[in-house]
Write a protein that binds this ligand. Structure first.
Ligand code: 5GP
Length: 115
């Protein structure tokens, strides 16, 4: 028995729509459906092999570095180049989709806050 695909696998497969802002053979990025900042993107490795950033870092650090590079590039293209990168890891930290993804938050974030 295989697990049901996550919402991100369905977006990658174009089974459900998303506002895609970047795509290559390994990574897709799209706008979060419930933005928490003026610019709120999700940068997602296409592989569903890794549930969180620690698993990705352990198995494929080069792919993690590519996720960070895409985040930086998009923050420059879609905002002023400054950004906050968040990887929720575990349900008690707010993770709801167990397919590793970076939240890229940008566009006038308050100083000294993490919320
Ligand atoms: P997590 O809570 O796992 O760190 O982040 C999951 C994110 O995915 C949430 O910020 C949520 O708003 C976003 N999300 C959930 N479903 C969809 C969807 O169907 N489309 C898009 N674009 N974002 C989604």
């Amino acid at each position: 028995m295989t697990d049901a695909p996550t919402i991100f696998e369905r977006i990658i497969a174009r089974e459900i729509p998303a506002d895609v802002v970047y795509e290559d053979d390994r990574i897709i990025a799209f706008r979060d459906i419930k933005p928490q900042a003026p610019v709120h993107l999700l940068v997602v490795p296409k592989t569903a092999a890794y549930p969180d950033v620690a698993a990705l870092a352990a198995a494929d650090p080069e792919l993690l570095a590519a996720v960070v590079a895409v985040a930086k590039r998009l923050a420059g293209e879609l905002s002023d180049g400054d950004y906050r990168l968040v990887f929720n890891s575990g349900a008690n930290a707010g993770q709801t989709v167990f397919h590793v993804h970076a939240h890229v938050l940008a566009g006038g974030l308050a100083e000294g806050t993490l919320g």
